[in-house]
Write a protein that binds this ligand. Structure first.
Ligand code: KG4
Ligand code: ZN
Length: 332
């Protein structure tokens, strides 16, 4: 069965066609980054309006790129939450209307479960059980994944998400939005030699806290002259290393606690090669393998939504067209 997936939870309008929950026939992502860039972050009202403009052309393009007709689509899936309500409503309402008009099965998808499902779109996906980290602009969640439908939340951030910290630190240094890619590029040029704090919280906790690190960077920028590119790069590299060390330590600890030899990382921050490579190296020392989707599947996309939707539809776990979106995590 070919499933049409739709994602509109934040600042990407995306549509994808995925066959059998595994084979991507097309995946189209219309990013609004250029627009939000001017404001240094996502402006929810603007995001909703841009989703409205993009949704039909993006779905059309996905169907065309796959070389399909609408009648080839056997099911519809859309992100139901968590995310920005106005943004979610555009993709979710479109998908419900599409499913209703064509009398197709419909599945509302949890955005975090979709990020975990991006791992199943890899050529060589992780086998169960594994530890999954969803690390993005909105979330830093660690799960113990024991089956295609069982995601036990082990820990989450208590304040900022890791991606949010990247964005805020970048903003402090005038690097623009989104901050992750800018910090990654800059960080390559200088050593990470500023001793920023690593907040590890309680020994047995898998939670994260990045606000102390963010404040330490703010203080450092306030107290030192970081106007030159090389000083900015030192701050970027040192901040990135602090985030990497915390993620690495907590993930390895979670894997050891749950006796898992596999860790999957997904979400926007997992596109960071320096972070991912450091995790691979650290984990290898403990006999643990790290899995990361291809860069196009790390950030928000609709292929992961279609993959999760396929599983739900296949299991008969359909969503009523009377259901609505939700902004906050339901169970996760
Ligand atoms: O998964 P995503 O596209 O959207 C959310 O669900 O949030 O993640 C976006 C986040 C942003 O905070 C962005 O700065 C971060 O992922 N990000 C990165 C990189 N690319 C994107 N963070 C660090 N390094 C990167 N290369
Ligand atoms: Zn996301």
């Amino acid at each position: 069965m070919i499933v049409l997936g739709i994602e509109s939870s934040c600042d990407e309008t995306a549509a994808a066609l995925v066959q059998g929950g595994r084979t991507i026939l097309s995946s189209v992502i219309a990013s609004q980054v250029e627009v939000h860039h001017q404001y240094g972050g996502v402006v929810p009202e603007l995001a909703s309006r841009m989703h409205i403009e993009a949704i039909v052309p993006v779905v059309d393009e996905a169907v065309q790129k796959a070389g399909l007709r609408l009648s080839d689509i056997g099911g519809v899936a859309a992100t139901q939450g968590p995310g920005l309500i106005g943004a979610l409503l555009v993709g979710f309402s479109f998908a419900k209307a599409f499913a209703f008009a064509r009398q197709l099965p419909f599945a509302g998808v949890n955005h975090l479960e979709a990020h975990i499902y991006s791992l199943f779109l890899m050529d060589d996906p992780p086998e169960f059980p594994f530890i999954a980290l969803v690390v993005s602009g909105g979330h830093t969640n660690v799960y113990h994944v024991t089956s295609p439908d069982q995601f036990e939340l082990l820990g989450r951030t208590r304040d900022d998400a890791a991606g949010e910290a990247f964005d805020k630190v970048a903003k402090m240094m005038g690097l623009g939005y989104p901050g992750g890619p800018a910090i990654e590029t800059l960080a390559r040029t200088q050593p990470p030699d500023i001793p920023f704090p690593r907040t590890l919280l309680e020994k047995d906790s898998f939670d994260f806290s990045f606000s102390g690190l963010k404040s330490a960077v703010a203080r450092y920028i306030h107290d030192h002259d970081v106007s030159s590119a090389s000083e900015k790069a030192r701050v970027a590299a040192s901040f990135q290393k602090a985030v990497t060390d915390v993620l690495s330590q907590k993930l390895i600890q979670a894997a050891q606690f749950k006796k898992c030899s596999r860790i999957g990382i997904s979400g926007g921050v997992s596109a960071n090669k320096t972070v991912a490579e450091a995790l691979v190296q650290n984990a290898a020392g403990h006999g643990i393998r790290i899995f990361t989707p291809s860069p196009a599947l790390c950030g928000d996309n609709a292929a992961m939504v279609a993959a999760r939707g396929y599983r739900l539809i296949e299991q008969g776990r359909l969503t009523s067209l009377k259901e609505d979106v939700y902004s906050r995590p339901k169970i996760h």
